[in-house]
Design a protein around this ligand. Structure first.
Ligand code: GTP
Length: 347
């Protein structure tokens, strides 16, 4: 089976973090989310992937190439203008002549893909949509379904009085290739708002799969931070890392002064230098090649690669993008910091 990742969105809600890098390339515990999600597919025997790109296409193409470095076969299908989620699926049609998986590229979930595929076959569905339960579905696409778990209606971002289900579209689908003929070519189409409702109208069977226990989309800075806090709390397991509200991971080549106080859980990447009397944690993620000065205090924050934090700075609940320099004594609370000259954005 092959898989398609929709990776071409602008990621506007995650700005300014997506000003320079596309959302699927945002690091999750030091590694791009898309890389983590692609590598997870190997566990279910999927080794051929299509990336549907638009915004930031070159960045993604350069990083993944033909996939050889990852032991996968990776194809890139680039749109000259954004075609929307449905248009992007149609645009990759030539790669799919058999049942295939589709993923939004901004989600982290523990969905069991083997079970999902089995379920799709048992339900003899034309499309299967994974759904997840949330307390407040008003920001999402809500799905209503019948007693046999086939979808009957879709409501995007419903008003409070319209909410009749709290199962939302989790952005993971299985498609039979025959449904692609129902999507018009070369135009902007939304799979959530247009394709799914039209498929139901035409009598196609859309099964709803509820086997997702952990799910988050990292579409906003709050959710991006939350995803890391959940990983640190042990709610979601990243292969090779084990956190359970405690745990310290130190990458190779790190140089941490003996006076530094570390409060678990903390993730420290490779080649990180931390100087005297700094205090790190809890819930801190530090990327590779980071330099942290004397007396720095960092709590509940994510520091990307190549960052320098000068002496005495304080970072709380803050995200610092790659290669930034936090000046001596800088004090940031609930902030996204992407470059020195731009005004830090409040989370
Ligand atoms: P926001 O601008 O913050 O809403 O983010 P987004 O542009 O990524 O949109 P959204 O989160 O709704 O997208 C869901 C998934 O579809 C993401 O993985 C996007 O990268 C992808 N996507 C959205 N629009 C397009 C598109 O026009 N083309 C392609 N190829 N992918 C898209």
């Amino acid at each position: 089976m092959k898989a398609l990742f929709l990776v071409g969105g602008r990621g506007t809600r995650l700005r300014p973090l997506t000003n320079k890098i596309p959302k699927p390339m945002i690091p999750i515990m030091g590694k791009p989310l898309l890389e983590r999600n692609i590598l997870n597919l190997k566990n279910v025997g999927i080794e051929e992937v299509v990336l549907s790109t638009c915004y930031g296409a070159q960045y993604i193409q350069r990083y993944f190439g033909d996939g050889e470095r990852f032991g996968m076969k990776i194809h890139h299908v680039k749109e000259d203008r954004p075609l929307g989620t449905g248009g992007a699926i149609k645009n990759a049609e030539k790669y799919f002549d058999d049942t295939f998986l589709i993923f939004n590229a901004d989600i982290i979930s523990d969905i069991d893909l083997k079970e999902l595929i089995k379920y799709h076959r048992e339900k003899a569905a034309d499309v299967t949509i994974a759904v997840t339960q949330v307390d407040n579905p008003s920001m999402y696409g809500v799905i209503e379904y019948d007693e046999n778990n086939y979808a009957i209606s879709f409501k995007e971002k419903p008003q409070p009085h319209e909410i009749t289900s709290n199962f939302i579209n989790a952005g993971v689908y299985i498609f039979e290739p025959k449904v692609l003929k129902e999507i018009p070519a070369g135009c902007v189409v939304s799979v959530e708002r247009e394709v799914f409702p039209q498929l139901i109208e035409k009598g196609y069977k859309i099964a709803v799969y509820k086997g997702c226990s952990y799910w988050i989309d990292i579409g906003t800075p709050e959710k991006y931070l939350q995803a890391h806090m959940d990983i640190m709390a042990g709610k979601y397991r990243i292969s090779g890392l084990s956190f359970s509200g405690k745990g310290i991971y130190k990458g190779p080549g790190s140089d941490i002064h003996s006076s530094v106080k570390i409060y678990e859980p903390v993730y420290i990447g490779a080649n990180v230098k931390i100087e005297e009397n700094a205090s790190i944690g809890s819930n801190v993620i530090i990327g590779d090649n980071v330099h942290i000065g004397k007396g720095v205090k960092i709590v509940g924050s994510i520091i990307w690669d190549g960052v320098v934090v000068e002496n005495g700075a304080r970072l709380v609940n803050t995200i610092v993008a790659s290669n930034c320099r936090i000046r001596h004594g800088g004090d940031y609370y609930s902030t996204v910091y992407v470059e020195e000259d731009s005004r830090p954005m409040a989370i």
